[in-house]
Design a protein around this ligand. Structure first.
Ligand code: MTE
Ligand code: MO
Length: 372
């Protein structure tokens, strides 16, 4: 059993698949803290978790022509200037289960918890690439990452990002060796992972073994044959993965974490809580909440750290205290967020349905009963 050596996990996690391990925190735990505690940070593994020895670990950086290839130990990485940033990581499949309700999709049934936030610390990718002689000259080039996790045929997890993002100091791409002040937990990439702020989780390659700069995107299955969006009309007979760009930045997203769907709330005052986040460093400027299915709206209060313009890498938590409308037996609670490009979430799922169930960001709806 290649999974026999996987780490022990927190019992509160809702498991979507045991082998490989995929799990999300329950919603009310997810928004209890602005920074997600490591043991309940959502986990998305495609393969068994490698067990890497930090003393013999080496990160291989393929050098530029005229530059030099690097073989970096953990100590070598610590010798680069250390940066620490708060970044929210979201899987492209977050909220896929709502797409399944429209029509069947292929993928894990994530609810609202395939998203979490941590303080990540490490060396900047641009500093390490510069030492290997790379410059931002070939604007069309891509930085390819390979994990040290692999399937029985020896194929490793891989992904890539454009060189322009990797070399941009403002993009703050990290080779992270710490998560919330601790060495990375095994499930989250020990000893080193990539953190690409504002970009889909799939590019944050864990158990990083190799970095190279290439004229084309990574040839990995997960770069070329997955993590792409399509029209609702495209099915598995007609899909052409080469026709769509790989997902990099993610669209505006928000979800309600309290109350839970189907819950009974007391009459009087109620608290509605959730998260909101947008890709590409776009800040969340507002969250609107409706208690009547979207007929009327109230503006929620944004909590958590202030966001930096163009570098809003982390989510906002939000809440709304509101009187339960008198005489109602049931409430249809809805939330939707707006980012600083005034991008909004679509109101329903059907028009954004796609066969892989990615980019699921319609208004989030929770139906509750009011105690008599
Ligand atoms: N890196 C490797 N090496 N193997 C993987 O399976 N999964 C990716 C990414 N990096 C993956 C990986 C995906 S799809 C996501 S969403 C994030 O890791 C999840 O990171 P987390 O498990 O730390 O939450
Ligand atoms: Mo993912």
């Amino acid at each position: 059993d290649p999974y026999a050596d996987d780490p022990v996990r927190h019992p509160a996690l809702k498991v979507n698949s045991q082998r490989p391990f995929n799990a999300e925190p329950p919603p009310e735990l997810l928004t209890e803290n602005y920074i997600t505690p490591n043991p309940i940070f959502f986990t998305r593994n495609h393969l068994p978790v490698p067990n890497l020895d930090p003393d013999t670990y080496r990160l291989h950086i393929v050098g530029a022509p005229g530059g030099q290839s690097l073989s970096l130990s953990l100590d070598d990485l610590h010798n680069f200037p250390k940066y620490e940033i708060t970044v929210t990581l979201q899987c492209a499949g977050n909220r896929r289960s709502e797409m399944t309700q429209v029509k069947e999709v292929k993928g894990l049934e994530w609810r609202t918890g395939a998203i979490s936030t941590a303080r990540w610390a490490g060396a900047r990718l641009c500093d390490v690439l510069a030492q290997a002689g790379h410059q931002l000259c070939e604007t069309e080039a891509h930085v390819c990452f390979e994990g040290l996790d692999s399937d029985p045929t020896g194929t490793a997890y891989g992904a890539s990002i454009p060189l322009a993002r990797a070399m941009d100091p403002e993009a703050e791409v990290l080779l992270a060796y710490e998560m919330n002040g601790q060495p990375l937990p095994r499930d989250h990439g020990f000893p080193v992972r990539v953190v690409v702020p504002g970009v889909v989780g799939a590019r944050h390659v864990k158990w990083l073994g190799r970095v190279s700069v290439q004229p084309e995107e990574s040839y990995s299955h997960w770069q070329r044959r997955d993590y792409k969006g399509f029209s609702p009309s495209v099915d598995w007979d007609t899909v052409d993965f080469d026709s769509a760009p790989s997902i990099q930045e993610l669209p505006i997203q928000s979800a309600i974490t309290e109350p839970r769907d189907g819950e009974t709330v007391e009459s009087g005052e109620m608290t509605i809580k959730g998260y909101a986040w947008s890709g590409g460093g776009r800040a969340v400027i507002r969250v609107d909440v409706s208690l009547d299915g979207g007929l009327t709206w109230q503006v929620a209060k944004l909590d958590g750290e202030e966001q930096r313009p163009r570098k809003a890498w982390a989510w906002r938590l939000w809440q709304l205290q509101a009187p339960v409308p008198a005489g109602q037996k049931e409430l249809n609670i809805v939330c939707k967020a707006v980012d600083d490009g005034y991008n909004v979430q679509p109101d329903t799922v059907a028009p954004i349905w796609n066969l892989r169930g990615v980019l699921s960001n319609a208004w989030h709806r929770v139906h509750v009963f009011v105690a008599p």
